[in-house]
Design a protein around this ligand. Structure first.
Ligand code: ATP
Length: 282
């Protein structure tokens, strides 16, 4: 069995007296390609916040690259993790050059400030921008980019440090059809590459699962205990029940009509063809 890259043991996360996710257990090994799938608001980004060392669990333990979150310097861990998320995209100084947004992925900081990078490092950053067809953005400003452009810059940045763990939170959201398919091709390439990199891709759409990703963790709501339940399916405080992981395993076995129908509370039919997935209410 290859090395464990990520391990969540009975993780719970609470905010403002609300349990957002609970009983989350997940183990990811080197070289595995995972999809974290679930409906809106179930807690995927909350989980990603921990995987990317941005937030800490209220209960339970998170181990990342052999170190327990909260007991190890997160800045050391961050240089080994590539992260692309909309939240990260909002952290850059307004006028940041996209080329710098990519090269600073090496030190996992947003904003070049006083850091210096070598010519080789800049050459790699330029190549990554070209790989995503956005080489023309060099010299522009991050805050002026279209959503699609910013997404591609963020994926390029996430790959800059050749990370052992790559996390992409909804990387194709906001892209037009051409942009989405272009990013999907790159993600499929990342999915199929022969490397020890562990990859976690977060999405709430089956259509956005690239080829090469073969493990899935599906999030759903934990049943509300009988004493807390109300007729609307919310707890006594008016909050929806906590999110949790309801399935981990292969995509084929996980993405069934029955499981998705139950998850979205409507009859759903899943299709799988040409290596891609789709689902419709029937
Ligand atoms: N800082 C916070 N304080 C309070 N509640 C929060 C906070 N962050 C998230 N939430 C709530 O936690 C729940 C889970 O949010 P999260 O963003 O993790 O879901 P998600 O599965 O990523 O959703 P989506 O697919 O819509 O992006 C939501 O109901 C959200 O409103």
């Amino acid at each position: 069995m290859s090395e464990t890259v990520l391990q969540l043991d009975n993780v719970e996360f609470r905010r403002n007296r609300r349990v957002i996710i609970t009983d989350v257990n997940l183990t990811i090994h080197a070289g595995e390609r995972w999809v974290l799938f679930g409906p809106n608001g179930i807690g995927k980004s909350t989980a990603v916040g921990m995987l990317a060392t941005r937030t800490f669990p209220s209960e339970g333990k998170v181990f990342i690259l052999g170190h327990q979150l909260g007991k190890y310097d997160v800045f050391k861990l961050r240089t080994r993790i590539g992260l692309a998320s909309a939240a990260l995209g909002r952290q850059f100084p307004e006028g940041e050059d996209p080329l710098n947004a990519v090269v600073t992925g090496l030190s996992a900081v947003t904003g070049k400030w006083h850091d210096e990078y070598t010519d080789e490092e800049y050459a790699r950053a330029r190549q990554l921008l070209r790989d995503f067809s956005v080489g023309y953005l060099e010299g522009k400003q991050m805050w002026r980019l279209s959503e699609g452009e910013r997404t591609r810059v963020l994926i390029a940045r996430a790959l800059m440090g050749d990370p052992e763990l790559l996390i992409m939170d909804e990387p194709t959201t906001g892209l037009d059809l051409g942009g989405r398919e272009q990013v999907m091709r790159t993600l499929s390439r990342i999915g199929r590459e022969a490397s020890n990199r562990a990859v976690v891709l977060v999405t709430h759409r089956l259509e956005e699962i690239p080829e090469g990703f073969d493990h899935i963790a599906i999030m759903g709501r934990k049943a509300v205990s009988a004493q807390d339940a109300t007729e609307d399916g919310v707890d006594s405080m008016g909050n929806p029940s906590a999110g949790t992981i309801i399935y981990t395993g292969s995509l084929e076995e996980g993405l069934t009509d029955e499981r998705l129908s139950e998850l979205f509370n409507m009859p759903i039919e899943v299709e799988h063809s040409h290596g891609r997935w789709a689902a419709y209410a029937v």
